[in-house]
Design a protein around this ligand. Structure first.
Ligand code: SER
Length: 584
């Protein structure tokens, strides 16, 4: 049995109910691109909402992290990975959590306890030293020298500054080396690899500080790829049974060995194909595009094609199609949507491949010409030319440049990019002045209206703790969920409409800036699930009425929204209200 099945079965035996993996493209949430941890979809329950399946849950969750997309190519990084997790929602706490983790690792997985070390929280002004966890580990036979007290930087999840449910944790490490296990564990030694994180989540952190949650939770997370590699005794995740088949096929198509020179490209293709299948195979309908998840998808496909070409594989070969089928075979019993969407996945990738295969060769020639001219930087115009004419995402140009020791004027590129967008937008509005809007234009307006509504609710209901809990936009209307515990009165509804319309008429400018996540929060930016964001976030500011972390896109001036009207206000679920509104 594989790790996933062993894990799920073990916790079911301990009274847990299995919950399905949530989609990797978050539903009703446009503030983050992808689901990045098992606990994310459970946030409302961790905060106290009763879960229909009870207080003990277990799952495997599809996750995508793009913050270190550029690091993929080494032996440990992945964009898609699966996270195993078990949760107690106000049920068991440290005692059972630690005992069961130990039992699973040593009895089920057969890891000798000598190869395990743990870290526990050393304490601070909010929470005292976690002697209880220390003693539990000790009673299970972990030696004193393998139990390390560490501070908030290591043993607080997610970290002291981020908002949302949080608490001290105990992390479990495995000695991944043929060298003898050291008597005293130094967890900064990279041979100690973290495999499991048990968070004792007992606080909610919001703008006003830390408050005790109504219940004490346990939230744990274990990465499937890393732990599988460890169990199989390989030091390269891509040589574990999870990845080996893809690597073998890629090696065969290329006729190259999996060595220092070629392994990075092989790993990039294997990793990216898995992620491409997971994104395209969901029912969310994400397709390659130049924004949001669609842009990540495009980058992944084009980067994989570039590495195919780097390995000397004909980019018109059927390698990707073969790999896609392999991914689906491996995952279809866990994620049945992949089987349902098999043809669609193949089609989407094939179409994007055709688009790029036609231009990549010419683009690479153009790139080499720049190099041959002895340039030491790819200037903005050239980078934009590679993007505009040959479809090279800027990140791809950067990667190519980096390999040749050149720099790229990325800021300059972004400037040209926005200028170009302005021009085409102006062109499009001219063309569609009969009243038809360009694709996406109306959704963009609704997107901005969402921010105004979010801000207006706080003002009119005089409650700074109101936050977005979900949103969904179509060409016809917007839907907005927020936490509030009663029906709104007619008077409140009209006040909210009036305020949003006043702001629309004030024709505020919408500005966008990239900021460090914590700076954004400290500047008062509205953030739905702060722990989900990458370190660098985009913040949209509307006049002096709204500031939100969001991936966009948004209009530039509020008066293009014209007029805002609420058509419905109703309960969505316990403690959550839902507003449907239109722009007319
Ligand atoms: N939320 C914690 C993590 O992501 C434990 O699941 O590591």
């Amino acid at each position: 049995m594989n790790l996933k099945d062993l894990y799920i079965n073990f916790f079911i035996e301990k009274g847990h109910k299995q919950i399905p993996s949530a989609p990797v493209i978050p539903e009703n949430d446009n503030t983050v691109l992808f689901n990045t941890a098992g606990m994310q979809p459970l946030t409302p329950y961790l905060k106290g909402m009763p879960h229909p399946l009870g207080t003990r849950l277990v799952d495997y969750q599809k996750c995508i992290r793009t913050n270190d997309l550029d690091s993929v190519g080494d032996s440990t990084h992945h964009t898609f990975f699966e996270m195993l997790g078990n949760w107690s929602l106000g049920d068991y706490f440290k005692d059972d959590s630690i005992k069961w983790s130990f039992e699973f690792l040593t009895n089920v997985l057969g890891i000798p306890k000598e190869r395990i070390a743990v870290s526990v929280f050393e304490g601070n002004e909010l929470v005292s030293r976690d002697i209880e966890s220390h003693d539990l580990w000790k009673s299970l036979g972990i030696t004193e020298d393998h139990i390390c007290y560490l501070g908030v930087d290591d043993n607080w999840w997610p970290n002291m500054e981020l908002l949302g449910p949080c608490g001290p944790d105990t992390e479990i490490f495995y000695w991944r080396s043929d060298e003898p296990v050291p008597d005293k564990a130094d967890l900064t030694d990279e041979r100690w690899v973290e495999i499991w994180n048990n968070v004792f989540m007992q606080y909610n952190h919001d703008q006003n500080g830390f408050t005790e949650l109504s219940q004490k939770n346990v939230d744990t997370g274990m990465g499937v790829e890393r732990t599988t590699a460890i169990l199989e005794g390989v030091n390269d995740n891509y040589l574990s049974s999870i990845f080996k088949d893809y690597i073998d096929i890629i090696a065969k198509y290329s006729g190259k060995p999996y060595d220092e020179e070629y392994a990075p490209s092989m790993r990039i293709i294997a990793d990216h194909i898995r992620t491409i299948v997971m994104i395209t195979g969901e029912n969310s309908g994400v397709r390659p595009s130049n924004t949001d998840q669609g842009y990540i998808l495009r980058r992944l496909i084009r980067r994989a094609i570039r590495h195919e070409s780097k390995l000397g594989i004909d980019t018109n070969s059927d390698l990707f199609s073969v790999l896609i089928d392999m991914v689906i075979e491996k995952f279809k019993s866990y994620y049945p949507e992949l089987e349902t969407n098999r043809d669609l996945i193949q089609d989407v990738v094939e179409t994007e491949k055709k688009k790029f295969s036609n231009t990549i060769g010419k683009g690479l020639k153009e790139f080499n010409k720049i190099i041959d001219r002895g340039a030491n930087e790819i200037d903005a115009t050239k980078a934009f030319h590679l993007y505009d004419t040959f479809g090279f995402p800027i990140e791809l140009t950067s990667e190519l440049a980096h390999e040749k020791g050149l720099s790229v004027d990325i800021d300059g590129f972004h400037k040209l990019f926005s200028e170009h967008q302005e021009k085409s937008r102006a062109g499009a509005s001219g063309k569609f002045k009969s009243g038809l809007s360009g694709t996406g234009e109306i959704e963009t307006k609704y997107h901005t209206a969402t921010h105004l509504l979010n801000a207006a609710l706080k003002v009119v209901l005089n409650d700074g703790n109101i936050h977005q809990r979900g949103s969904n936009i179509t060409e016809e209307r917007m839907r907005f969920d927020f936490n509030f515990d009663r029906k709104l009165t007619d008077d409140e509804i009209s006040k909210i409409e009036n305020l949003v319309n006043e702001w629309i008429n004030n024709d505020y400018t919408v500005t966008c800036e990239e900021m460090n996540k914590m700076d954004a929060v400290n500047a008062g930016a509205e953030a739905m699930f702060i722990e989900r964001y990458p370190d660098l976030v985009t913040v949209y500011t509307i006049g002096n009425v709204s500031k939100e972390i969001c991936t966009g896109p948004h209009v530039e001036h509020t008066n293009v929204l014209h007029h805002f009207k609420i058509v419905k206000e109703e309960a969505s679920s316990a403690g959550i209200r839902r507003i449907k509104a239109i722009l007319d």
